[in-house]
Design a protein around this ligand. Structure first.
Ligand SMILES: Nc1ncnc2c1ncn2[C@@H]1O[C@H](COP(=O)(O)OP(=O)(O)OP(=O)(O)O)[C@@H](O)[C@H]1O
Ligand SMILES: [Mg+2]
Length: 249
């Protein structure tokens, strides 16, 4: 007999996603899932397809094959704006805040265009300024800030949209150890507030500490998936990625 209550839906399901950029196949049938409340790491060598997967989830690129399901809705082919409205916000690897705007104005844009949670825009902006410790910079133009703070502004803008899922593309690149510590704390706070996080990062110490589960991509294929412990012991992952990365850090 069929049970009345079905198993809880995955928050995000990437199903057999392939992306062919005119012969260069950046993703080859990649599948992965995330449950509500998880922090998942997405790692792998340069060119593995990590940012391309983010572009497909957020509607910037259309997959050549496969689909993306968010909270039970097939969002494949949705426009970026609609994906954001569904509750997925992201940051970009190459930071793209509005340089001529102030920190506060950048965050307001996120609050205006995001999913929203019924809170007023100004209340949301104030809350995010506080959570990201950017209050003292609220009136600074972003162009006057160093790269690390520009990255934080991007995260703040993404958070202001009240996402259910936050995608972070190398948010810790270039941060010093103390900044990495602050950022790690922020991610945990965000997650404690009920936001699921998918994070691409090459800073291995940080990602291994933050995530309970890690997905490894290599040359467009999913190479491995598991706990940080399992991933660090996986000989294939060490061969194609970790050996080199640990040596680098
Ligand atoms: N718009 C595009 N047109 C053509 N090729 C692309 C495009 N975007 C990405 N690629 C190619 O797809 C492959 C995967 O790139 P992607 O940026 O997803 O890798 P990545 O895992 O994010 O790497 P990195 O760690 O260097 O950021 C690369 O070979 C890249 O050159
Ligand atoms: Mg990338």
């Amino acid at each position: 007999m069929a049970t009345l209550r079905s198993a809880p839906l995955a928050l995000l399901e990437v199903k057999g996603v392939t992306k062919d950029f005119g012969g260069l196949v950046a993703l080859k049938g990649v599948s992965m899932e995330m449950k509500q409340g998880e922090i998942v790491g997405l790692i792998g060598p340069n060119g593995a397809g990590k940012s391309t997967l983010f572009d497909i989830i957020t509607g910037i690129e259309r997959p050549t094959a496969g689909s993306v399901v968010f909270d039970g809705t097939d969002i494949t082919g949705f426009k970026p704006y609609d994906v954001t409205r569904m509750g997925i916000s992201r940051t970009f690897q190459s930071v793209r805040p509005f340089l001529n705007y102030t920190v506060e104005e950048n965050i307001r844009v996120g609050a205006l265009f995001g999913k929203g949670d019924g809170k007023g825009v100004e209340e949301q902006v104030s809350q995010v300024l506080k959570a990201t410790d950017l209050e003292s910079k609220r009136d600074s133009r972003v162009m006057s800030l160093p790269t690390e703070q520009r990255k934080l502004v991007e995260v703040a803008r993404a958070l202001a949209g009240s996402p259910r899922l936050l995608l972070l593309d190398e948010p810790m690149a270039g941060l010093n150890p103390s900044e990495v510590g602050d950022f790690t704390k922020l991610i945990h706070e965000v997650n404690d507030g009920g936001i699921s996080v998918l994070i691409v990062e090459h800073v291995m110490k940080a990602i291994m500490g933050i995530c309970k589960r890690i997905v490894v991509l290599n040359a467009g294929l999913k190479l491995a998936e598991g706990s940080p412990d399992e991933i660090q012991k996986d000989s294939e992952v060490i061969k194609v990625y970790l050996g080199e990365e640990y040596a680098r850090s």
